[in-house]
Design a protein around this ligand. Structure first.
Ligand code: ZN
Length: 130
């Protein structure tokens, strides 16, 4: 069974294996998300799927306190994160406290009738040696 449409199906097939895929243009090298049938920068149709590192920086962040979907129970945090490859992704933040500009990494939120959803959690940096 495939999930999504022909453009997004590869993303969801990878998500089922907890791999975060984004598109990369074979002509100009730019990464993009969401998936599209062509490169937003140079219009090339030679876009391929590559695995993202799964690390990102929080670009914007808000806490939702009103229920807008039965799938999400407030309060929860909605963020735009900038992947290390460049594209920004609308997502949820799980785990501990965090602020704009902090580092996050991808985790996968299980769903009953769909592939897991990529969410992000703060990267806990261990204090280095003195
Ligand atoms: Zn391009």
């Amino acid at each position: 069974m495939t999930y999504g449409d022909p453009i997004t199906a590869p993303f969801w097939e990878a998500a089922a294996r907890r791999r975060l895929l984004i598109q990369r243009c074979r002509d100009c090298g730019v990464h993009q998300f969401y998936p599209r049938p062509f490169c937003l920068k140079c219009q090339s149709e030679l876009v391929e799927w590559v695995e993202a590192a799964g690390t990102a920086t929080i670009y914007s962040l808000t806490t939702v306190r009103v229920a807008v979907s039965p799938e999400f129970h407030p309060p929860y945090r909605v963020a735009v994160v900038q992947l290390d490859e460049g594209p920004r992704m609308l997502t949820n933040i799980i785990g501990g406290e965090c602020r704009i500009g902090e580092r996050v990494r991808v985790q996968w939120k299980e769903r009953p009738d769909a592939p897991p959803l990529p969410v992000f959690e703060p990267v806990v940096t261990e204090p280095g040696p003195p």
